[in-house]
Write a new protein. Structure first.
Length: 463
């Protein structure tokens, strides 16, 4: 029999040590050591329950607590000696515990498997990260509100098909993103409920023969409930997929806003400026100031979308129960959390570094016949069927275009060629302010409505 210099916890039934290449291929400690503190937290709760149920002695519990406290310090200070030979975070910690406290350390794994342990760790980790992300979303929403508030009367062209459509309040435009981020927050809060259930007690796959109390562990760890089926508890990662889908949506929303910031900062638009500290120059073109941050947010959205597809694909072919495939859940999940956390942090700061250029916005809104719909609506209110009004205005726009002027610059008798219903009250309708003020209902762009929307939003965030 080959000598087992191997210190793997499961090496007893093997005739030869695992090949070096295989060890490196199967080890996860390089990335799952990030779970160390939640792994310790889970172990402490498990050990306490084992002692309360008289499955281990109170002396064992004391030893385990003492050992884990030291390990926690070593992890935090960076002194913990992570070993690839010990495969993953769980076995590294267990081995160290046994070195520190002897047999009590060997008893910690009673009634538990790495399968339910790792599922618990990820849930503890993700629950914490969701709470962070929700706070960061709120901070970004506040930055949006701060920019919107002084800009309810700032007018820019609203686009459809990226063609000038109708004038819109800049604050209203920003508030569209507030709404998106609010739904994103709701999704995280909702997903958290399903993250916050305890797998421990499922053991390897079918449960355990020890008289454990899963509800007690759930209570100690702050889980809302225990997972109801042991096979499901150790094998499904739907909660991670759901979280990543919600994260991909946040990134998608920020990617859309980024696209707009990039356009608005282009001299062709010139609607905003982004503070220099968020931009970079070109090594060859001295005049350049590039909006790198929004461009990277747009780029990183692809990366998070990729993680979502990776996790879905990871899951789709797996039979029950746990399979090693699931070890591949961590890197996409961690990177999703990191990318989104950094993105939200930088985005809130960047929004606070935006300078609005209302004159350029206004000049653009005055081009492209943005109030043509208002003229049509005016005719409808005077009794013309909408389709006829549409036709009359189309002809008026063509006429103005040929003259190279705006609708509001046409004389009254010129306008009357297109409809006898037009009288001199039309000029109030054709202004940008008139167009905005007319859309005075919930969800509309009238400054009065936008002010109310901002007030509602502030209240929502405070609540
Ligand atoms: N490192 C493993 C993972 O991340 C832990 C669970 C391993 N379980 C096992 N029976 N090999 O999924």
């Amino acid at each position: 029999m080959a000598t087992m210099q191997d210190n793997a916890a499961w090496s007893g039934r093997f005739n030869e040590p695992v090949a070096e290449l295989v060890k490196r291929y199967t080890a996860s400690v390089d990335f799952d050591q990030r779970l160390a503190l939640v792994d310790i937290q889970g172990s402490l709760a498990h050990a306490q329950m084992l002692a309360e149920c008289a499955i281990i002695s109170t002396q064992d519990l004391q030893d385990i607590r003492r050992g884990l406290a030291q390990i926690e310090n070593e992890v935090i200070s960076g002194d913990f000696d992570w070993q690839l030979d010990l495969e993953d975070v769980h076995l590294n910690i267990e081995k160290r515990l046994t070195t520190l406290v002897g047999d009590a350390g060997k008893r910690l794994h009673t009634g538990r498997s790495r399968n339910d342990q790792v599922a618990t760790d990820i849930r503890l980790y993700l629950r914490h990260e969701i709470d962070n992300l929700v706070a960061l979303l709120k901070n970004l929403q506040t930055a949006l509100l701060d920019l919107a508030e002084p800009n309810t009367h700032t007018i820019l062209p609203g686009f459809t098909h990226l063609q000038v459509a109708q004038p819109v309040s800049f604050a209203h435009h920003l508030m569209a993103y507030f709404e998106m981020l609010q739904r994103d927050t709701e999704r995280f809060v909702d997903a958290r409920r399903r993250v916050n259930r305890l797998p421990l007690g499922a053991a390897a796959l079918t449960g355990t023969s020890y008289p454990i109390k899963r509800e007690r562990v759930a209570e100690l760890l702050g889980f809302e409930a225990v997972c109801q089926n042991s096979l499901d508890a150790v094998s499904d990662r739907d909660f991670a997929i759901e979280f990543t889908a919600a994260a991909a949506l946040v990134m998608t929303h920020l990617s859309r806003l980024s696209e707009e910031l990039i356009l608005w900062m282009s001299p062709r638009f010139g609607f905003i400026d982004i503070a220099d500290r968020f931009c970079t120059g070109s090594s060859i073109m001295p005049q350049k100031k590039n909006p790198d941050v929004p461009e990277l947010v747009r780029g990183k959205t692809g990366r998070v979308n990729g993680h979502l597809v990776a996790l879905l694909t990871l899951m789709k072919g797996q039979p029950l129960a746990y399979n090693k495939d699931n070890q591949e859940d961590k890197e996409p999940l961690f990177d999703t959390v990191d990318t989104l956390t950094q993105t939200l942090r930088i985005y809130a700061d960047m929004m606070r570094g935006i300078t609005v250029k209302p004159d350029a916005m206004r000049a653009a809104a005055l081009q492209g016949y943005a109030t043509a719909t208002d003229l049509a609506d005016y005719l409808v209110k005077k009794g013309l069927p909408f389709r006829d009004a549409h036709e009359a205005v189309a002809l008026a726009v063509r006429h103005a275009e040929q003259k190279g002027c705006d609708l509001a610059e046409l004389k009254l008798d010129e306008l009357q060629q297109f409809s006898a219903l037009i009288t001199d009250d039309i000029y109030g309708v054709l202004t940008l302010e008139g167009s905005l003020a007319a859309r005075n209902h919930t969800g509309g762009t009238a400054p009065q409505q936008v002010t109310a929307a901002i007030a509602r939003a502030r209240k929502l965030l405070a609540g």
